[in-house]
Design a protein around this ligand. Structure first.
Ligand code: NAG
Ligand code: NAG
Ligand code: NAG
Ligand code: NAG
Ligand code: NAG
Ligand code: NAG
Ligand code: NAG
Length: 366
């Protein structure tokens, strides 16, 4: 059936996924009576979200940032701030059991939210809190080739595409703001992408598998490359967004800039080619699994790819003649199939996604 520990979600699982990020950027084109950005944001506020410093909330808050940016409505800004203030104390210590001895790249995704608040308030405690996350990178265990372990001690010598999204946009933003002449750090950011590309990219399909184990001891690791066996759409969605978001901060003059752009453009080719006729993408994307029993068109990666295509078109990285139709078709599926009104209520649900997926299992189809 489905690899790892994927499970179908209930509507509650939407808390742990990322839909909002994409919905925000888009204008309504179907049955919406108001922009999905504010409608979905209002739905979360109505339901109530427990404040939390982990990546799922971090991505949710990112969505609120974009809703605020689009509308200028301080309701959304105040919501983020009131949440973050529950786990950043007056001295700038990051609460919520943040540990300086467990090294999880997932923890760093809150970094961009903290920098957003720092930039809008100039309140140093947000910079202090973000600095704790930046400091983690100086201790994070690395593979022999220099890649950050996805999480220590759980996943030794493993790099996952997910981790690239959790870390690199923040690492680049931090460097751009506070350490722009730190060439070591810029090179380090490029290295993380290079290692993933060298071990996970299939140059025929232009898609990347979920991760790799440089020590090749994980039960799923390829004996030669260490790669995991399958292309998981959500990991690829994180990765696509990471490539595009890092380009916001990486100096154009850096030798890695064109290279990252190239990685992103060839990924766009692969993702477009893998789009299902419905406009979405299969949870397990590599042949021969699309269409197979137990596999399904999964909504959050569809949203992440849509975000990536639209932002890349907007910034002129890829051309609209080739990619806009792909993005619009995906967007249309999102709004007609995955966005659902909660019964007769005016709140929205996001359907068709999973609670979690990882490389903790044997990564086979079962
Ligand atoms: C959405 O619907 C579910 C049941 O379908 C209900 O438990 C939940 O409270 C509703 N949420 C809102 C905000 O209306
Ligand atoms: C939204 O972002 C743009 C670009 O960074 C910025 O110029 C604008 O002031 C922002 N709008 C708000 C309401 O923050
Ligand atoms: C801002 O958003 C809130 C929540 O949707 C809404 O009640 C309020 O009217 C909005 N404010 C403005 C100025 O549009
Ligand atoms: C912190 O850890 C304690 C003990 O494991 C747990 O009860 C508590 O819920 C955790 N707090 C947060 C915010 O995660
Ligand atoms: C520059 O970045 C490297 C790599 O992350 C780090 O080890 C070093 O401490 C940074 N230098 C400064 C001055 O922050
Ligand atoms: C790479 O992708 C092609 C086209 O889908 C496929 O035939 C081939 O088996 C893949 N290679 C690996 C190593 O998975
Ligand atoms: C992989 O794990 C699943 C779930 O635990 C199990 O059903 C399946 O037999 C395992 N497959 C292999 C090849 O070990």
């Amino acid at each position: 059936m489905i690899p790892y520990s994927y499970a179908l979600s209930s509507s509650l699982a939407m808390f742990f996924n990322l839909k909002l990020l994409v919905l925000l950027l888009l204008v309504p084109i179907s049955y919406a009576t108001q922009p999905y950005s504010t409608w979905m944001s209002d739905s979360f506020i109505t339901r109530g979200v427990p404040a939390d410093r982990h990546y799922a909330n971090a991505v949710l808050y990112r969505g609120f940032e974009l809703a605020f940016n689009k509308t200028g409505n301080v309701t959304y800004y105040n919501y983020i701030k009131s949440q973050v203030d529950q786990f950043v104390d007056p001295a700038g210590n990051l609460g919520g059991n943040y540990s300086t001895s467990l090294y999880s790249l997932d923890d760093l995704r809150m970094g961009p939210n903290l920098l957003f608040l720092y930039q809008s308030t100039q309140d140093k405690r947000y910079k202090t809190a973000a600095g704790q996350l930046r400091a983690q990178l100086n201790r994070q265990p690395r593979t022999p080739l220099g890649g950050f372990w996805h999480r220590s001690p759980d996943y030794p010598n493993q790099m996952w595409l997910d981790g690239i999204y959790m870390v690199e946009p923040f690492y680049a933003q931090w460097n751009r703001l506070f350490d722009a002449n730190n060439v070591t750090a810029w090179d380090d950011i490029i290295l993380q992408f290079d290692l993933i590309e060298q071990h996970c990219r299939n140059k025929t399909s232009n898609l990347l598998v979920h991760g790799y184990d440089e020590s090749k001891v994980a039960v799923w690791a390829d004996a030669v490359t260490g790669a995991s066996p399958h292309v998981w759409n959500r990991a690829l969605g994180w990765y696509f967004m990471a490539l595009i978001d890092v380009l916001d901060y990486l100096p154009v003059s850096h030798s890695g800039y064109e290279k990252l752009l190239g990685y992103m453009v060839s990924l766009a080719v692969g993702v477009k080619a893998a789009q299902d006729a419905s406009g979405g993408w299969w949870l397990v994307m590599d042949a021969p699994y699309p269409g197979m029993k137990g596999n399904y068109i999964e909504s959050s990666a569809t949203a992440m790819f849509t975000y990536s295509f639209l932002k890349a078109i907007r910034l002129g990285y890829i051309d609209s003649a080739t990619y806009l139709e792909t993005a619009q078709k995906a967007y249309s599926l999102m709004t007609t199939k995955f966005v659902a009104q909660n019964g007769t209520k005016s709140t929205l649900n996001w359907e068709g996604t999973v609670v979690v997926g990882g490389l903790g299992g044997n990564a086979t189809l079962r």
